[in-house]
Write a protein that binds this ligand. Structure first.
Ligand SMILES: [Zn+2]
Length: 300
């Protein structure tokens, strides 16, 4: 499965984030992705019928920050162009922006996606003890719950393009074996607020100076949603439409793996789950702490 990911995906996390995370590192101004996507994605044979992000956007990924509507438009196009990709809306943000996932899997799986979901739910329910030949691994990938940790959202079109276009055996096999739920923009209002700020306050040449206005958002920044709530603190209360839709989607699919993509600043230390005990919500099962400690060991 891990061969699906571009090699340039680095682990990068926010020290006040709650989940295991990773993201595509984007430098302050001109990222490595500022060139042809083929330079950051694995060099594999690709379907020429799939439009690249830069051809759709008119600029290279990483050369400026993406708003939600740009990602939305590109992902809809992927669903039109690729028989591996379908587009599923699941909520509308307070700001009126549509949240959605791309369901990405093999064309054959797409034809039977309702049945695959049904059998997966049977397995997840515990009624079925042994996986069957027709069962598929389900992985959810969520990007940018903190809208100003922008490498997450900005990386998602590249991943969508990679999975829709690659003809490598490893990708074809992974898509036969699994269903990926790509949620490119968990906080569309905050992400778009941040994109506006960064794009309109940067110079023609980006600055790496952390004191530069480009890197110092006015309050409220892009971290929070339309009404300035931190959606990464809404996984348990579930009071905002973005979270309500996301949690409903989770229970609909019961993914085997959930990845939540954040970003840390270049001068921050590395966040390890489960973090300090005082921050653990009493509703969080002890098993969660035990398992995330094991994951932290792997990260270390
Ligand atoms: Zn974060």
């Amino acid at each position: 499965m891990m061969q699906v990911w571009p090699k340039s995906f680095n682990l990068a996390v926010c020290k006040i984030c709650l989940f295991v995370v990773s993201g595509l590192w984007m430098s302050h101004s001109v990222a490595a992705e500022a060139t042809d996507p083929a330079s950051v994605l694995p060099r594999q044979k690709r379907k020429s019928s799939i439009t690249t992000p830069s051809d759709f956007l008119g600029f290279k990924i990483g050369s400026r920050h993406l708003r939600h509507d740009q990602i939305h438009g590109y992902m809809e196009l992927l669903a039109e162009q690729s028989d591996r990709v379908s587009f599923t809306p699941y909520a509308t943000s307070h700001g009126g922006r549509q949240l959605f996932v791309l369901v990405i899997t093999s064309p054959d799986n797409q034809k039977h996606i309702a049945k695959i979901k049904e059998t997966h739910r049977e397995l997840a329910s515990g009624k079925m003890k042994t996986p069957r030949r027709e069962d598929r691994t389900v992985m959810y990938l969520g990007y940018g719950v903190h809208g100003d940790e922008a490498s997450a959202m900005n990386a998602s079109p590249l991943l969508g393009y990679h999975l829709a276009s690659s003809q490598a055996d490893s990708v074809v096999k992974a898509l036969n074996d699994s269903v990926l739920l790509l949620d490119p923009s968990l906080n569309p209002d905050g992400g778009s607020r941040f994109a506006h700020w960064a794009n309109e306050n940067r110079g023609r040449l980006g600055s790496q100076d952390p004191a530069d206005r480009e890197h110092r958002q006015d309050w409220p920044g892009g971290r929070t949603n339309y009404y300035w709530f931190d959606l990464n603190r809404d996984w348990l209360p579930v009071v905002h439409p973005e979270s309500r839709g996301r949690i409903q989607l989770f229970h609909e699919w019961k993914p085997n793996v959930v990845l939540d993509f954040h970003e840390m600043g270049s001068s921050s230390s590395y966040f390890f789950q489960p973090g300090i005990p005082a921050r653990t919500n009493p509703l969080t099962p002890a098993k969660n702490v035990e398992l995330t400690e094991q994951l932290a060991g792997k990260h270390a």
